[in-house]
Unconditional design. Structure first.
Length: 397
């Protein structure tokens, strides 16, 4: 593993400097893909929950790093910055806590050139400041946080390219490893779930760790494959309401969906739109672009269930050689709630606004930066969303 792909949780100054540079190169490459299709103009970007204007996203990434590193804000509260910003109205334009999603199309944003110059200036100053920091956790925490934020935005930007049917940068991965293996039985026991705050960078929703009992269970060794999910589709799974929850049935009626997002029937085989190209689905590839309701319906059809996030973390931490993860984010049976004793971290808008409204996803996807990947990480998403790179694996008692 290269230095820039090593976990950012204990990243030192040298790794952070290289990773921040690499992350920005990726961000700009993604932005340029949008720009090539005309979506650098905010008015051309469809006003949909699945999308954020790329120009606003680019400015927000730079603003976030400036806020926590250069302006030395201890939290994302709008009054917490110690120093003034580089932009006269930067907070009003790019602070996500002040600019709700629906308002991001109505802002008088600077030009593309001005936003890119702002990004360049912030990164130069960040790297200069980093070169003079003590190589200790307290000093490096803001840099790790800014890097994590940019990496999370990277996956969102890639999902947006997929949503719009645009090509991804040639250097970006757009596929993943196979799914559809056997199952593994685990004896259960006590799990110390979550991450200690003292172990370098952690996301606030992973803390504090707590002991929980996990009953014996059996879980798929890999995520459900395209072929396995196609059996559900071909068996009329989307038409048979006995497999769908009340919320799932309501969603299905609104969507009139009969197969996963992007799937197209072509004779006896399934094809899918992948970043602007129609490709034949690989049977053993892990199915993706499912929402929670689709994952639950598949489990009901096959007579199994989704794993709880405790079961998933137990399996991932077991070291079992057959337990493979990281191909797609995986829906769990667990609503997104705070752990007992939770305290919001410096980025207050990350977790707290989504508690009780989202569902936990575990693992990582092929699009997730390797620096972020951890068996402790809790992804989360609204149950109806299927634009992300999410699939499932099944579980049983």
């Amino acid at each position: 593993m290269t230095l820039i792909n090593a976990s950012l949780r204990q990243a030192g100054a040298q790794q952070l400097a290289q990773s921040l540079l690499a992350a920005r190169q990726t961000t700009l490459a993604l932005f340029d893909c949008y720009a090539a299709a005309g979506y650098d103009v905010v008015a051309r970007v469809p006003r949909q929950i699945e999308l954020t204007p790329p120009l606003w996203q680019l400015g927000n990434i730079a603003w976030f790093a400036e806020w926590f590193i250069l302006r030395e804000a201890p939290s994302s509260h709008p009054a917490d910055a110690v120093y003034n910003g580089l932009l006269t109205r930067g907070d009003d334009l790019f602070d996500a806590s002040l600019v709700p999603h629906r308002a991001r199309w109505s802002l008088d944003l600077p030009s593309v050139g001005a936003v890119k110059m702002y990004c360049h200036e912030v990164l130069d100053r960040v790297l200069d400041k980093l070169s003079r920091e003590a190589n200790i956790d307290s000093a490096l925490l803001p840099y790790r946080l800014a890097l994590a934020h940019e990496d999370l935005c990277r996956e969102q930007m890639l999902a947006g390219l997929q949503w719009l049917g645009l090509a991804a940068p040639p250097s970006m991965p757009t596929g993943h490893a196979p799914g559809g293996g056997g199952q593994i039985a685990f004896p259960g026991g006590t799990l110390q779930q979550g991450s200690p705050r003292q172990t370098g960078f952690v996301f606030d929703n992973e803390t504090p760790p707590y002991a929980c009992y996990v009953a014996p269970f059996a879980i798929d060794s890999t995520p459900v494959s395209n072929a396995q999910f196609a059996d559900f589709v071909d068996d009329g799974g989307y038409q048979n309401r006995q497999f769908w929850s009340g919320a799932g049935s309501a969603w299905l009626m609104q969507q009139e969906r009969s197969s996963p997002l992007y799937w197209q029937r072509d004779g006896a085989q399934w094809r899918s739109q992948r970043f602007g190209q129609v490709v034949t689905l690989a049977p053993q590839e892990a199915v993706r672009h499912l929402n929670l309701y689709e994952a639950q319906a598949y489990c009901a059809w096959i007579g199994r269930r989704l794993a709880t996030e405790s079961e998933w973390e137990y399996a991932a931490l077991s070291g079992h050689p057959l337990f493979q993860w990281g191909q797609v984010w995986e829906w769990t049976a667990t609503p997104f709630e705070p752990y007992p004793g939770f305290e919001a971290g410096a980025w207050r808008g990350y977790s707290t606004p989504h508690f009780l409204e989202a569902q936990v996803l575990r693992g990582a996807s092929f699009a997730t930066s390797l620096r972020l990947v951890s068996p402790r990480m809790r992804g989360f998403q609204a149950p109806q969303r299927c634009d992300g790179f999410a699939g499932l694996r099944t579980c049983a008692w």
